[in-house]
Design a protein around this ligand. Structure first.
Ligand code: SAH
Length: 267
């Protein structure tokens, strides 16, 4: 498989399994970045009391299951970027919600430009406020649907990588994400472990919209207690203008589902 699982599976020296881990012990982050992450975590915790930003409501859960899980994507993300691009890489977070994983990645990777997209106004307003508060200059927000921005010539095929966490099924994410990444670009999609059906549909979806699933490597436990897999998809051919289909259809009727009410994979 391309990329090799060695490049993808990150070991995590920060957190012996099950042990309490503080963000302040993360390596490779400056004091400023650590402070930015702490400010984000605290803001998410506070605003989640009044606005529904994430189902994880306790501070420890936010830190372990959201922020640390997002940090684990740093190395896989770097592994699919060519060493010399001649410009700043561009990454899109589809359905960033309260800023996951995109805001964490933007803090950890200041040399990459991040676009954080969400269809829910109050969530994207929160993310923009945090960006302003911590002075991030490499992240911007867009309040829209992926289906809509994929029709914008300035944004279609504009990204090197798209990520998405806890948004929709694998085939739907492939249909939403691949039109937005350039030829040779990638989707990085963290998922749970029970994804055999999604993987089967995802393969068909990828072939339909111009891509290939490279692998779905298991990520080592990072102290969150939750096993995850990272599905990596590469764009290997241009995407037909047919995709993504109109708003809502990619999730409601995923490509590759052959259950009668699903889509056959044909436009
Ligand atoms: N990634 C975040 C949020 C998950 S909730 C996290 O891990 O916590 C899913 C989010 O995806 C919601 O905020 C919803 O508004 C957004 N979303 C769902 N479908 C979308 C689409 N087609 N385009 C843009 N955002 C979408």
């Amino acid at each position: 498989m391309e990329g090799g699982s060695g490049a993808v599976v990150t070991s995590d020296p920060r957190s012996p399994e099950g042990k309490e881990a503080r963000l302040s012990s993360l390596p490779d982050l400056s004091e400023r970045q650590q402070l930015q992450l702490d400010t984000f975590r605290d803001a998410l915790f506070e605003h989640n009391k009044t606005t529904n930003l994430t189902a994880i409501r306790d501070l420890d859960g936010i830190e372990r299951r959201l922020i640390r899980e997002s940090v684990r994507l740093v190395r896989p993300l770097e592994s699919v970027l060519p060493p010399e691009m001649g410009r700043r890489p561009r990454v899109l977070d589809i359905g960033t919600g309260g800023g996951l994983p995109g805001l964490v990645l933007a803090i950890a990777l200041p040399d990459i430009d991040f676009t954080l997209l969400d269809a829910t106004g109050k969530k994207i307003a929160f993310v923009q406020r945090v960006i302003d508060q911590i002075g991030l200059t490499n992240a911007r927000t867009i309040h829209d649907r992926a289906e809509a921005i994929a029709r914008d010539p300035a944004l279609r095929e504009a990204f090197d990588i798209a990520v998405a966490r806890a948004v929709t099924s694998l085939p739907a994410l492939i249909e939403l994400g691949l039109p937005l990444v350039r030829l040779g670009g990638h989707l990085l999609l963290p998922k749970g472990t029970a994804i055999d059906d999604e993987l089967r549909e995802g393969k068909i979806a990828a072939a339909t919209v111009g891509g290939r699933i490279l692998h779905a490597a298991k990520l080592p436990e990072a102290g969150s207690g939750i096993a995850t897999r990272l599905v990596m998809v590469k764009k290997t051919a241009p995407t037909s203008e047919t995709y993504p289909r109109r708003a809502g259809l990619p999730s409601r009727s995923p490509l590759g589902r052959d259950s009668g009410k699903g889509h056959t994979g044909l436009p």
